[in-house]
Design a protein around this ligand. Structure first.
Ligand code: UDP
Length: 239
């Protein structure tokens, strides 16, 4: 870790703050302890969540980089901060699903926990005021959110990321149920941004089915930070 001059704050989201740095091609991301769910209706502060998500995201980004997927991650700066490539975020959330859960179960009546016969990709417009509505390729092109070439790259990357993460987590006794990705433009290409953490993924213990992710917060199950800590313990190779 190294000292880093933090410039002015560019943006504050629900779980992260973004700062400019002395290098116009790099941003600094600070992970907060704040947790929100249901469009910000449910709110709390979970001590150390930001520290855990900073570490977990760094591990996942490092793994993906080692497997040939370019991400915005550059290096970890402090407990809560990482240096990243400054992306122009594409305002489309990409959801990857292996097992039915959450909004998909509600929408389609597929019981939570039922394996999907084929990986499902979904897209949502990243817009809090509109409550991140689900959109399809027609909307994406009509609104000029991304080009067809960019969407092809995003989809191929999302599926490859799913394969890499699923295999890696399986080995740690964790089932990757679903997760959300965000991509952005950097120089002449589209690369992975945002975070990969229990805030943005559903992780289930492979043997007990216990939830090790933000659903513990959404559903008032308690032990939220302990579950995030357990994920980190498994990834760091603790017993
Ligand atoms: N997700 C996310 N941010 C969002 C919406 C969803 O990170 O704004 C993640 C969520 O953690 C889960 C997956 O995307 O891993 C699918 O979420 P779902 O559509 O089931 O929505 P939810 O049930 O969380 O409302």
């Amino acid at each position: 870790m190294r000292q880093m001059e933090k410039g002015k704050q560019l943006y504050e989201g629900k779980a992260k703050k973004i700062f400019v740095t002395e290098n116009s091609k790099q941003y600094l991301v600070e992970f907060k302890d704040d947790a929100t769910a249901f469009d910000g209706v449910k709110k709390d502060t979970l001590e150390d969540k930001g520290i855990l998500n900073n570490r977990l995201s760094a591990i996942f980004f490092g793994l993906l980089e080692s497997r040939g997927i370019e991400t915005h991650y550059i290096e970890t700066i402090s407990e809560r901060e990482m240096l990243v490539k400054a992306l122009e975020i594409i305002p489309v959330e990409v959801i990857v699903r292996n097992i039915a859960a959450g909004s998909l179960s509600k929408r389609l009546g597929i019981p939570e926990g039922e394996a999907l016969n084929k990986t499902v990709l979904e897209f949502s417009l990243k817009d809090d005021e509109l409550h991140d509505p689900m959109i399809n390729h027609y909307h994406i092109y009509a609104m000029e959110l991304a080009t067809a070439e960019e969407m092809a790259a995003i989809e191929a990357s999302a599926l490859k990321i799913n394969d890499i993460l699923t295999a890696y987590l399986k080995d740690k006794g964790i089932t990757l149920v679903d997760f959300k990705l965000e991509f952005g433009r950097y120089e002449d290409r589209v690369i992975l941004g945002d975070e990969i953490s229990p805030d943005t993924c559903r992780f289930w213990d492979s043997s007990s089915g216990e939830k090790l992710d933000k659903d513990r917060f959404r559903r008032d199950l308690g032990g939220v930070v302990d579950a995030y800590r357990e994920v980190l313990r498994r990834l760091e190779g603790g017993e």
